[in-house]
Write a protein of this length. Structure first.
Length: 256
């Protein structure tokens, strides 16, 4: 989602003014505290401009501890967004909207648009069980996925994620995912049978654990992966499947 050019320009001016006149936005007990907060804010802005976002966030948070303002929160949100932490960025932008003062309408409008855009760009992952009758615990990034959430879309940040599953009396399942912004992927966990995959605009190869590759490639617009118990690395641009014994298994498209 792109904000209007005039709005983007006004926000840049607002942030620039805030960087210069931060003294007026910060309440401190002593002049020393005030000077330290102003210097820290300017240093954080510099870190952000140098794309050192983690370091910038650390400094902005320290400034926030002195005075929690919409401008500081906006800066934090921008850094989080640049790092791909879209869920956290959206929360910060929501806070900007709540904290913005009467003279910060453009800042508030920009933050509202950015919050909406961040949430829309979060990848969607759906985990389904091929054998729902088997008592199974599913974890995404080591967090248990409640049974009532299995089969439903989960919003995640773009980047690397891990899906693990353990079925009663079944071998463990493990998959590593690399999700891109706005992508959708469905993972079907199977504890038996032949693995098959259909990944978003992807090429898929069956693989031995020693890294050799053999098998058909896929070009698809949907993202569905069904894997036999074992381990896998899955990306919206590349899918690598492997079973526990290292056996070569065929990969079949799930749709024409």
């Amino acid at each position: 989602m792109h904000m209007p050019r005039h709005l983007a320009s006004n926000v840049k001016v607002l942030l620039a003014v805030a960087a210069v006149s931060f003294t007026h936005a910060v309440y401190a007990q002593t002049e020393r505290d005030l000077q330290a907060a102003r210097s820290l804010f300017n240093a954080a802005v510099h870190e952000e401009e140098q794309k050192k976002f983690e370091r910038a966030i650390e400094k902005f948070r320290k400034v926030q501890a002195v005075k929690d303002t919409a401008v500081v929160r906006y800066r934090v949100g921008a850094c989080l967004e640049a790092l791909g932490r879209l869920d956290e960025a959206a929360v910060e932008y929501d806070i900007v909207v709540a904290k913005a003062e009467a003279g910060q309408r453009d800042l508030s409008a920009s933050a509202g648009q950015k919050a909406s855009s961040a949430r829309q760009r979060m990848p969607l992952l759906t985990v389904k069980l091929a054998e729902p009758q088997v008592e199974t615990e599913v974890r995404i990034d080591d967090q248990v996925l409640p049974l009532q959430r299995v089969g439903l879309e989960q919003k995640l940040n773009p980047g690397r994620h891990v899906v693990d599953a353990v079925g009663k009396g079944r071998p463990p399942f493990h998959a590593e995912l690399d999700l891109r912004e706005s992508s959708k992927l469905e993972v079907r966990i199977s504890f038996g049978g032949v693995p098959s995959a259909n990944a978003s605009q992807s090429r898929a190869h069956s693989s031995r654990r020693d890294g050799s590759h053999r098998g058909p490639s896929l070009q698809r617009t949907a993202g569905i992966v069904s894997i036999v118990a074992g381990s896998a690395v899955i990306a919206t641009g590349f899918v690598l499947l492997g079973v526990r014994e290292g056996k070569i298994s065929s990969i079949n498209a799930l749709c024409p």
